[in-house]
Design a protein around this ligand. Structure first.
Ligand code: FPP
Length: 165
């Protein structure tokens, strides 16, 4: 019989977990499936993990889903990933009871107005939810974040509102 594992006490749980959604393609390849099948299962697993973290009382989960580099993939694959994102956003109404506050980070305008409107809707709908805070990074990139951060600082300096502190 499998050994029963004692649940961890809340005080030893991490406050914030970060996950890079990687390995979808390899998962599919190992099973002789198209890469898309890996992304589909990846999106499903992401939902399972979100629900699990929420139930366990984890405060923050940040998932890195789609990087600035990922645009270089074949159009068919990029389109399939965007379809999974749309499916997720359209489904969000059904998960209100989970009480998960969902936010998106990254450079979002290039995702287009249709997706951005859906993102705004989900963020707005869940903004006062008190469970897990879920950050979904889409079109994220270290270089991109540095450039945008520096531009913001330069603008504040130009306006005279930047304090060295
Ligand atoms: C990396 O796996 C994964 C991606 C580039 C896309 C992940 C995004 C989704 C599944 C869309 C849905 C997301 C949400 C949050 C609803 P990979 O193809 O690089 O795998 P590999 O390293 O095995 O090649």
């Amino acid at each position: 019989m499998a050994k029963q594992v004692e649940p961890l006490p809340p005080e030893v749980l991490p406050k914030h977990i970060g996950i890079i959604m990687d390995g979808n393609g390899r998962w599919a390849k190992l099973r002789g499936l198209p890469r898309f099948a890996g992304h589909k299962i990846g999106a499903k697993t992401f939902k399972t993990i979100t629900r699990y973290c929420n139930q366990k009382g984890i405060r923050y989960l940040t998932v890195y889903a789609f990087s600035t580099e990922n645009w270089k993939r074949p159009k068919q694959e990029v389109d399939a990933i965007m379809d999974l994102l749309i499916e997720y956003l359209d489904d969000a109404e059904n998960f209100k009871a989970d009480n998960v506050r969902t936010r998106f980070i990254g450079d979002l305008p290039p995702l287009g107005e249709e997706i951005n409107a859906k993102i705004r809707h989900v963020e707005d709908m869940s903004k006062d939810f008190t469970g897990l805070t879920l950050n979904i990074a889409f079109n994220y990139g270290g270089r991109d974040e540095l450039v945008r951060g520096m531009r913001r600082l330069a603008k504040q300096w130009q306006e005279g509102s930047l304090s060295p502190d």
